[in-house]
Design a protein around this ligand. Structure first.
Ligand code: UD1
Length: 362
């Protein structure tokens, strides 16, 4: 079997790592196409080197642009690549513009498409990721769902026949890296200046378009982080830096300390060293859950609803509406006493993916 993986943005590289490793243990041919949606070393190269992913076989160098430009350029650039490769499966990951472009290019060429992380829904049509997911699921031939909840969403949309529950590949990589971090031999993560890694701190990220593009919203969220009673290590995505600069919003001050994005192992170590996480990232909500830290999510909804059980994750769309002391109490709440189940699988999702793809080759 020959499979072409199409990736482009940071979270897709994290998911690619266990998939590439699972393929490497078989005789199947695995071709990696990087669209170039993310091109900063912090968002791309360090994931290949840090997670032991083979270099991409093809790099499209698409870069940034409006949704139409980015998706359209990727679509056009993929056509000749897929025509030359003619794989048994095109595998697309998650919900970015690279995902949608990959799926569209493949279906139009009558190549079978499998969607990894199918069936996630926020039901928020203002999120670019929501369109990308829904459209990708509806054009894909095989829907690799991470959770029972995702399976239910797909069934509701009439797609039950194409669904296989495989578990969440992020568990595979997160737990493997956690064990490596705990075993030592990993350098200490580069936390922002002013954060003492041995004293309590919160780890924060903020990058979603819904939170960064409106100056008033971004300003309010930055102020809410700065007024917390515990130091906040904000690992700033380039989009956040670009938007803060555009809107004239100063990042930092008060509790807030701003640093660069971390490589994956550094991120896992930073979560393990923290007393909690504040984020709008889907992946980080789940990593906090898997790594035993309470998470506060700066959004009105989450796709990863399992994390909400027993207060492991709390949705706070508007910290200012809570009032200063209630906001501080939520963001710094201690770890719930309740344990968690295993809603994301047992850490062997990538092997399931490879097996299911092989079983479904036309
Ligand atoms: C994309 C995904 C989002 C995912 C996120 C993870 C879409 C619609 N969104 O959002 O779902 O959670 O990746 O990081 O696909 N930039 C750089 N360097 C880079 C990449 C981006 O400076 O290497 C800056 C540019 O100013 C760019 C902006 O970030 O315009 C946004 O990048 P883009 O890839 O469009 O979306 P993300 O916000 O990264």
């Amino acid at each position: 079997m020959k499979v072409v993986s199409i990736v482009g943005a940071r979270p897709q590289l994290v998911k690619l790592a266990p998939i590439a490793a699972a393929f490497a243990a078989t005789d199947h041919e695995h071709v990696i196409v990087h669209t170039g949606q993310h091109y900063d070393a912090d968002l791309s190269d360090v994931f290949f080197s840090g997670l032991g992913i083979p270099d991409p076989d093809v790099h499209l160098g698409i870069g940034s642009g409006s949704h139409g430009v980015q998706t359209g350029r990727t679509l056009a650039a993929l056509d000749p690549v897929l025509a030359a490769e003619r794989p048994d499966w095109v595998l697309v990951y998650g919900d970015t513009n690279s995902t949608l472009a990959g799926a569209l290019s493949a279906v139009k060429m009558h190549l079978p498409v499998a969607h990894l992380e199918a069936g996630l829904r926020s039901f928020n049509r203002r999120m670019p990721e929501e369109h990308n997911r829904v459209l990708t699921d509806h054009c894909a031939d095989l829907l690799l769902a991470p959770t029972e909840e995702a399976v239910r969403h797909l069934a509701t949309e009439g797609l039950a026949e194409r669904v296989v529950l495989v578990g969440d590949v992020m568990v595979d990589v997160c737990l493997r890296v956690r064990d490596a971090v705990r075993a030592g031999g990993q350098p200490r993560p580069q936390l922002p200046e002013g954060i003492d890694p041995d004293a309590p701190y919160l780890l924060a990220t903020l990058h979603r378009a819904e939170n960064t593009d409106d100056p008033r919203r971004l300003g309010a969220l930055v102020s809410a982080l700065a007024e917390l009673p515990v130091p906040v290590a904000l690992l700033a995505h380039p989009r956040l830096l670009a938007k803060a600069e555009e809107h004239g919003i100063k990042l930092g001050g008060g509790a807030l300390h701003v640093g660069r994005p971390l490589p994956y192992a550094g991120m896992v170590a930073a979560v393990l060293g923290s007393v909690g996480v504040v984020t709008d990232s889907g992946g980080l909500q789940k990593e906090a859950y898997l790594l035993d830290r309470p998470c506060t999510t700066l959004r009105p909804e989450t796709e990863w609803v399992e994390t909400l059980a027993d207060d492991w994750n709390r949705l706070v769309p508007d910290p200012a509406a809570l009032g200063r002391s209630a906001w501080a109490e939520v963001a710094t709440r201690s770890r719930p006493a309740a344990g968690r189940g295993n809603p994301y699988g047992d850490g062997r999702a990538a092997q399931n993916v490879v097996r299911v793809l092989a079983e479904h080759v036309r």
